[in-house]
Design a protein around this ligand. Structure first.
Ligand code: DI6
Ligand code: FE
Length: 409
């Protein structure tokens, strides 16, 4: 018995092996049972199965629910004054070195309660959901001590039910050196490895661990120690690599078998070769590139030629990407990085699932996967990357449950 049968629609399945662009099936039928896709194909081939409810979608397009695989969604305050300083000529790095940047958000986050953090993050997550997101990865990294990092990760868990999205969590205690450890960074790295990572893993507060490998954050040697400890405790690893300079972070991510290396504007040929060998996903963050007015682009052609999976995410955070729109990330991936609209959509569906290690359950429309669907009022899938600020989403399904179609009368 099927719960729901969706008819009068087109499906962009986004499967890897499909021959048609977007893995498209025109005049499709999609059956949902127990929160998963039970059948999918051309409507005229749909078998006769008893069904509780049939819904007609007026020719809308169905895609996998969008996956934002890199966000820093939980934080206190904002950084609008710092932005004004940057408009007046200060660089992101100068502000960070003067104790602003990430550390100013750490102060505001430490001063916020778990519920305040959950509420403000849920507002941003609702915007993402209204733009078709069904899964959001949330990193910690504005607490920088065990109680505050735990508070952030618990707030992140609240975001799921508050905004009706699936949340995955990544521990980013290695985001910056906290002020208390300014004169003894090795002591903070030891605290991360010996206390914080074991405690977070033990309490099941995160699925993955990340580190910011950059001149003014953590060295590759420090990141190797931190992510090595995370692996010992059963966490997946990811790395912020080559964002503002080349540190050999991509090689390190590959060596550690990281799920992804993220940013990659300053990626080298050696880094590309290493990632291609290890199967590490390249997560591109065009909104951060845009907002810091970076001028070096990630080497998209070389990534393509090396066959490296390319994911796209918002990087939503108060410093470098105060942007909560997955659709804007799609557009910027195309306009700024020259991805094709199909590559960009794959970057927020199939490849983003890989970047989270969730390719077995989400990211494409396939039988057996979760019925996480975005339903769009568009006449072809490229429109998702084309429009800016348009109201395209008609409905969304999370594990087979619909938000309820938007009415436009
Ligand atoms: N790279 C980024 O773009 C963000 N974190 C990171 O490691 C910036 C976070 C912030 O400025 O608050
Ligand atoms: Fe980031």
């Amino acid at each position: 018995m099927w719960n729901i049968l969706l008819l009068d629609c087109h499906a962009a399945t986004m499967t890897e092996t499909a021959k048609a662009p977007y893995g498209a099936i025109h005049d499709a039928a999609i059956a949902i049972e127990n929160g998963r896709i039970a059948w999918l194909g051309a409507a005229k081939e749909c078998p006769e199965v008893a069904t509780r409810e049939t819904r007609h979608l007026d020719g809308a397009w169905v895609t996998p629910g969008l996956i934002d695989c890199h966000t820093h969604l939980v934080f206190g305050g904002e950084r609008v004054r710092e932005w004004a300083m940057r408009q007046a000529g200060a660089s992101y790095q100068q502000i960070a070195e003067a104790g602003g940047g990430i550390l100013s958000t750490v102060r505001a986050t430490r001063a916020s309660s778990e519920d305040q953090l959950a509420q403000s993050a849920a507002n941003r997550a609702r915007t993402m959901a209204a733009h078709g997101a069904t899964t959001i990865e949330i990193k910690s990294g504005y607490g920088l001590d065990l109680p505050n990092e735990m508070k952030i990760l618990r707030a992140a868990a609240q975001v799921g039910p508050l905004a009706n999205v699936h949340v995955t969590r990544t521990f980013l205690g290695a985001h910056a050196i906290p002020p208390e450890f300014r004169d003894d960074r090795q002591a903070y790295v030891s605290l991360l490895c010996d206390k914080m990572i074991p405690a977070i893993a033990q309490a099941n507060l995160a699925e993955a661990c990340d580190a910011f490998c950059e001149t003014f954050a953590f060295t590759p040697q420090e990141a190797r120690r931190i992510l090595g400890a995370a692996k010992v405790h059963g966490l997946h690893v990811k790395l912020h690599a080559e964002q503002m300079s080349n540190q050999g972070g991509a090689e390190l991510a590959a060596e550690l078998g990281a799920l992804s290396a993220d940013h990659l504007e300053h990626l080298s040929a050696g880094g590309i070769a290493a990632m291609a060998k290890s199967g590490t996903v390249a997560v591109l963050l065009p909104c951060a590139y845009y907002f810091v007015r970076e001028t070096t682009k990630p080497p998209v052609d070389e990534l393509r030629r090396a066959g490296i999976p390319i994911a796209v995410a918002t990087d939503c955070n108060p410093g470098t990407s105060p942007i909560a729109s997955p659709l804007l990330a799609l557009n910027m991936a195309c306009t700024l990085f020259q991805l094709t609209p199909e590559e960009a959509l794959a970057g927020m569906t199939r490849q983003a699932a890989k970047a989270l290690g969730l390719q077995g359950s989400i990211g494409t429309l396939e039988t057996g996967k979760f019925a996480d669907l975005a339903i769009w009022n568009i006449s072809e899938p490229a429109e998702l990357a084309y429009w800016l600020g348009a109201d395209l989403l008609r409905d969304r399904y999370l594990h087979g449950r619909s938000d309820g179609p938007k009415s436009h009368d």
